[in-house]
Design a protein around this ligand. Structure first.
Ligand code: KE4
Length: 438
């Protein structure tokens, strides 16, 4: 069976062929090209609520939500109204505005681990800046990251594990000289022994550990409590900063982000720096990094760590972010979102098991993941050993039935407040068909 029906892709195919003439790979971000799952990417013309429509006029129930930002669903009236009003006042000034103060105050109210925040335009920029700040604050060069975690495409973070224990990483991308990643140590996620060994060897030279608290870039892998406890304890003991990359999990898995969940399980837990994006921009280019006044004081114009941006704190983006945060703060928002997401993953699991397939899934708040294997993976190696061909067939089986899942087995999925019980039921009907004989 073809991996996609030709009827639903002709207009998309024509656009894709035209796009590839003028844009590398036809896309402005690689994962959109469907290279992991094969087939023709869908060119989206519009979106509303839980749905997107492609160039063929095909409607999809959207479980990507722009890779996380669209937690309210597309076109929420309060957000649209705020953006329309902001646009009439001006698109960009390159000067401070009250709205940036309001957004910073709103973020800090929800992130008690931080006292100050700097707004930027992308998660990459926020992660890159947090890394430079950690190095500037500690005066140290070495950093630790984990295989399977993605923190944007800053050179020092495009690194794969070196050979063997606690060796320094190698670039994952051409164009990154080995010297740039010589200080980046790549360890196995959830491996406490390896982390302890790395700190024993390099502890006093480590500026920071950067980690996704729930790794959405290897689908959905939670940092275990022992692992997160060890991260906090070792960073404190050796004077390294713990940087939680909450670009995906921030305001997505809980109002206070993943850190608020770990603070419930680990007394006194808090990161030294947090990185945010996606939801706080509500679909507009806006991200942030936040920390104690002491650490943030190292940033220009106060301190020696330079960081800047023409569109940082953009007045339209901050209006979009503020309107989004106002909605997610409403009582019951996350309880309802989490219940809806759980109904999806429980239904998918039941349907897959009824089809006799190894399958497991997990979710937190409005973020979910699933795997064609019998136990939830704890690290990247296990995730990448799951059945990719089966995932890809399932992806296309769902796409053909009007359900748009993440086009790669290492990506997470997202449910919005606009997804109804009926949408979930329609999704599960499609899944029961797509899983049959997978
Ligand atoms: P951006 O530069 O794409 O705004 O954010 C980078 C980033 C940083 N940290 C985490 C935890 C992230 O998930 C991301 C970006 N996530 C990807 C999806 N895995 C965005 C989609 C894409 O790259 O097109």
């Amino acid at each position: 069976m073809s991996t996609e029906s030709s009827a639903s892709s002709d207009r998309n195919l024509a656009l894709f062929q035209r796009a590839q003439q003028v844009i590398p790979g036809g896309v402005n971000s690689p994962v959109r090209a469907f290279r992991a799952v094969g087939g023709t990417p869908r060119f989206i013309t519009r979106a509303q609520g839980a749905y997107m429509w492609d160039a063929q006029g095909q409607r999809y129930i959207d479980y990507i939500g722009s890779w996380g930002p669209m937690i309210l669903g597309h076109g929420h009236p309060a957000v649209i109204e705020a953006v329309q009003r902001a646009v009439t006042e001006g698109l960009s000034f390159g000067a401070p505005t009250e709205r940036e103060i309001e957004l910073a105050e709103a973020i800090l109210e929800l992130v008690p681990s931080a006292e100050q925040v700097r707004l930027v335009s992308s998660g990459t920029e926020a992660g890159m800046s947090a890394l430079r700040l950690a190095r500037g604050y500690t005066g140290r060069a070495k950093i630790i990251k984990f295989e399977g975690c993605y923190h944007g495409h800053a050179d020092a973070l495009l690194v794969k594990a070196g050979s063997g224990l606690a060796t320094f990483g190698h670039p994952t991308s051409a164009g990154v000289p080995p010297e740039v990643v010589q200080h980046t140590l790549v360890l196995e996620y959830n491996n406490v022994a390896q982390l302890e060994e790395a700190f024993a060897q390099h502890g006093r030279d480590i500026a920071c550990v950067m980690v996704e608290p729930i790794a959405g870039n290897m689908n959905f892998v939670r940092a275990s409590i022992p692992f997160m406890t060890a991260l906090r304890e070792l960073c404190t003991r050796y004077g390294a900063l713990l940087v939680l990359d909450e670009v995906m999990t921030g305001f997505r898995v809980a109002l206070g982000g993943a850190q608020s969940l770990y603070a419930q399980a680990i007394p006194g837990f808090k990161p030294d720096l947090s990185v945010f994006g996606k939801v706080i921009g509500g679909g507009m280019p806006l991200a942030a990094f936040a920390g104690s006044r002491d650490v943030m004081a190292k940033l220009a114009p106060l301190g020696p760590v330079y960081q800047a941006g023409t569109l940082s704190g953009n007045p339209v983006a901050t209006a979009c972010g503020l309107a989004t945060l106002a909605e997610i703060r409403k009582p019951g928002f996350y309880e309802a979102l989490a219940a809806r997401t759980r109904s999806l993953v429980e239904g998918l699991t039941g349907a897959a098991h009824a089809a006799g397939l190894d399958f497991c899934a997990d979710s937190e708040g409005g973020m979910f993941g699933f795997f064609f294997t019998d136990r939830l993976p704890q690290n990247y190696g296990v995730v990448m050993a799951t059945d990719a061909a089966r995932f890809n067939r399932f992806f296309h089986g769902m796409l053909e039935r009007g359900v748009y899942l993440a086009p790669a087995l290492y990506e997470a999925g997202f449910v919005s407040a606009a997804h109804t019980a009926e949408d979930i039921e329609q999704t599960l009907d499609a899944a029961r068909e797509a899983l049959a004989g997978l």
